[in-house]
Write a protein that binds this ligand. Structure first.
Ligand code: PLP
Ligand code: COI
Length: 362
């Protein structure tokens, strides 16, 4: 497939270097956006067409656009990293492209070819490269998304769809940086069910998590942990991250479920652990196993992982009737060393022996 030719309309009001520097000084997560965005249209009749780079700004939508009523939407999240020589790289973007395709299949949206996805990333970086900070542990978070824009109130898959890519300078996802986080166990709400959309990256899953996320905040926790919706005892994942438990023999266990998002960070970090000789198991694991294992000393660390959160130690799990750990639990040693290995690869400080990095500039 030949590369897409993006029509370029550049902004007349780019942020100045000093405005950008002020943003870089304290980006947080998801607060600020670059000067441009990319979009590609799709119609049933014409397929993917009209790839464009245009100034970042509001999208005009018909009030009947079906995404606003029935939520036919999917998205991705990945980061662009600046290496010491100034070059800009993404981490396994082909995996995000394929996951967008599987989300599309589940949500009856058209599949964007992997090459178009990669081309869209390069197109945005071709105009917004200065937005990739070289400050330590910062990056440019890339947010591709696709939604039903056909103006039609009947319930069926839309015949007109838009794909967009926006980008946002990112520091740490949690305000405390990499300090251990507290997790609230949701016992009243499920995120996803059997045969549902849990494995797709679609807005509705996040909407479904918000009332539980509010409970988490009310209990002084930063994230919510969901259990399976049938028995309410098997670990699934957090609102926006996967989880991994570390046992005292050095083995790692992560929930196996078809209703959680197959995380690219988790897949990568488990591969790194396996290469170091750690046993890695993907299996059903209950909250009782975590609680008992923590009490007996069998389970020694737990971490959350995802693009936004990278690898974040879990200090405690709070539930209605019990607590695992405490807020001042120290970050796990293996957790932090896997985090370092992963981020070293992402920031180009360590050899990319897996061929995971993909150059976005030049
Ligand atoms: N689970 C959920 C619900 C997420 O939103 C994310 C973040 O994208 C993840 C897991 C981790 O996925 P990844 O490592 O590919 O970012
Ligand atoms: C990501 O890590 O990319 C996500 O989509 C998770 C979200 C909580 C920001």
């Amino acid at each position: 497939m030949t590369g897409l030719e993006f029509h370029r309309q550049l902004t007349l009001q780019p942020k100045s270097p000093s405005e950008r520097a002020a943003i870089f000084a304290n980006p947080g997560f998801g607060n600020f956006f670059t000067d441009h965005m990319v979009d590609i249209c799709w119609s049933e009749a014409g397929g993917w067409h009209r790839p464009r780079i245009q100034p970042y700004g509001p999208i005009e939508l018909d009030p009947a656009a079906s995404v606003l009523h029935y939520g036919q939407e999917i998205f991705e999240g990945l980061k662009a990293y600046r290496h010491a020589d100034g070059s800009i790289w993404a981490f396994r973007p082909d995996a995000n492209a394929r996951r967008l395709q599987s989300s599309a299949l589940r949500m009856a949206l058209p599949e964007l070819p992997v090459e178009h996805f990669l081309d869209s990333l390069k197109a945005l970086i071709s105009v917004d490269a200065e937005w990739v900070s070289s400050e330590p542990e910062t990056s440019l978070y890339l947010r591709p998304f696709m939604f039903a824009k056909e103006a039609f109130l009947g319930v069926r898959p839309a015949k007109k769809v838009a794909y967009y890519l926006i980008a946002s300078p990112a520091g740490a996802y949690f305000t405390g940086g990499v300090a251990p986080v507290s997790i609230w166990l949701s016992e009243s709400y499920s995120r996803a069910g059997k045969g549902g959309t849990g494995a797709a990256k679609t807005g509705g899953n996040y909407a479904a998590s918000l009332v539980a996320q509010n409970e988490a905040y009310a209990h002084g926790c930063q994230q919510v942990l969901f259990l399976d919706s049938v028995e309410g005892k098997y670990l699934e994942e957090l609102g926006g991250m996967n989880i991994v438990l570390v046992y005292k023999d050095g083995s790692l266990v992560t929930p196996l479920s078809d209703s959680i998002l197959p995380g690219i960070t988790r897949d990568s970090v488990l591969q790194l652990a396996e290469e170091r000789g750690h046993k890695v198991t993907r299996r059903a694991v209950t909250i009782a196993e975590w609680r008992d294992g923590f009490e007996s000393g069998e389970i020694v660390e737990a971490f959350a992982c995802g693009t936004a959160a990278v690898i974040t130690p879990i200090g405690q799990v709070k539930a209605k009737d019990f607590t695992i750990g405490s807020p001042d639990t120290a970050a796990g040693e293996l957790t932090m060393s896997l985090r370092e290995e992963l981020t070293d690869i992402q920031y180009g400080r360590r050899d990319d022996s897996h061929g995971w990095m993909y150059r976005l500039d030049g």
